[in-house]
Design a protein around this ligand. Sequence first.
Ligand code: SAM
Length: 277
Amino acid sequence: MSKAGAFDLASGVGGKIDKTEVLSAVEKYEKYHVCYGGEEEERKANYTDMVNKYYDLVTSFYEFGWGESFHFAPRWKGESLQESIKRHEHFLALQLGLKSGQKVLDVGCGIGGPLREIARFSSTSVTGLNNNEYQITRGKELNRFAGVDKTCNFVKADFMKMPFPDNSFDAVYAIEATCHAPDAVIWEKDLAPDSPLPWYLPLDTSHFSLSSFRLTSVGRFVTRNMVKALEFVGLAPKGSQRVQDFLEKAAEGLVAGGRKEIFTPMYFFLARKPQHG
Ligand SMILES: C[S@@+](CC[C@H](N)C(=O)[O-])C[C@H]1O[C@@H](n2cnc3c(N)ncnc32)[C@H](O)[C@@H]1O
């Protein structure tokens, strides 16, 4: 079942990290970054630890504020964030030309929001590849709840070391996951200019939306104080507020990068295997 309540947020902070070690995990995660003295080579060498710490710390915040799919989407006026996310997932399924019964791989699948939507939209079996154990545990629960646990599964592995033999899948997709690769990633098309509303709108605090209330400045103010109170009374682990702080800082950076058009999560490319015969 969806875990979008305040207590789910509090109890989920830290994921698989022991609750007494959340604060030290926050400190270690922060130290990877330049503003805390971190260096690029160290980040690259320790990308697995850095990315896993990040997703252990933030997953319950993502679920609370964003939903089961952890990506941005092109959006029309009058469309809610959730509607735009689903439409983007349908767009990807259509671009892949998925057909009923095919086997599909989702690279860096989060807790499986896109995987479940695409599997149901196209009647395919989707395998989610993820290196984060906590997200896989959540994904399995949600797959059972959605009734796709017989046809969809998860594999815990690093996408830099793919654990599958060639030609194991009919189609493969990745949504906002390969940005975590320590190596450069290529792109083909930026979908952002085609979107009537900017992709960063849900994070823009000058924008108000009732359907995404938790992402607005008032919503974030409420969440910040709620997390503070839950941490104070011991229901959320020590360090939870710090996670909220770095997420807000990241949101500000994303909006600023989007406004200046120096960053976009909407690059899209499609590759097709050569057809034989
Ligand atoms: C922003 S989330 C996107 C999740 C999902 N695609 C979605 O849209 O809901 C990035 C995901 O990539 C996964 N990830 C990052 N680096 C990875 C790696 N080297 N191997 C496997 N998964 C990885 C993270 O654990 C996380 O689930």
